[in-house]
Design a binder for this molecule. Structure first.
Ligand code: FE2
Ligand code: FE2
Length: 157
């Protein structure tokens, strides 16, 4: 396991939830609520470990991708606020599906940039051993990650 593989596994988990949401019936309110609660949990822990460990380490050790990291933090900011709104929104609310849909668009765009535009540069700059060390710290931090989206640092920046 290395840090990038760990993050990509999270991305896959989230994408599966998105697909399930897209397949859920319009009136499947309980199922949609459950899926969105899982998205909140996964994405909160994921953005948290990226912001607490991965992003700062990358900025220090692969400064050439700093602009990508800064843009990513702004994207997280939008995502965690959307998550916090969805947390308290009734799935019967006429804005619920629209909000989830925009959340999914934002996250898919963000994941695509991480995986295709700059994670490969990070891999090149940091190397396998360093990324393996980092993944241990990230896995540990993930277990203690908050469940409240606004506890992710970018919410308040
Ligand atoms: Fe990510
Ligand atoms: Fe991210």
């Amino acid at each position: 396991m290395d840090a990038i593989v760990l993050l990509k596994d999270d991305h896959k988990t989230v994408e599966k939830l998105f697909k399930q949401f897209e397949k859920a019936g319009e009136d499947a309110y309980d199922e949609k609520r459950k899926l969105v609660d899982q998205m909140i949990e996964e994405l909160t822990a994921h953005t948290y470990i990226e912001e607490k460990i991965f992003y700062p380490t990358v900025r220090a050790e692969a400064p050439e991708v700093s602009d990508h990291v800064l843009e990513s933090i702004e994207e997280h900011h939008v995502v965690v606020w959307m998550l916090s709104e969805l947390k308290d929104m009734d799935p019967r609310d006429e804005r619920f599906d629209a909000k989830v849909s925009v959340l999914m668009e934002n996250v898919r765009h963000h994941v695509e940039e991480e995986e295709n535009e700059w994670f490969p540069e990070v891999r090149k700059a940091m190397g396998r051993n360093r990324l393996q060390e980092l993944s241990d710290r990230m896995a540990e931090a993930k277990e203690k990650a908050p469940s409240q989206p606004l506890a992710v640092p970018s919410a308040r920046q």
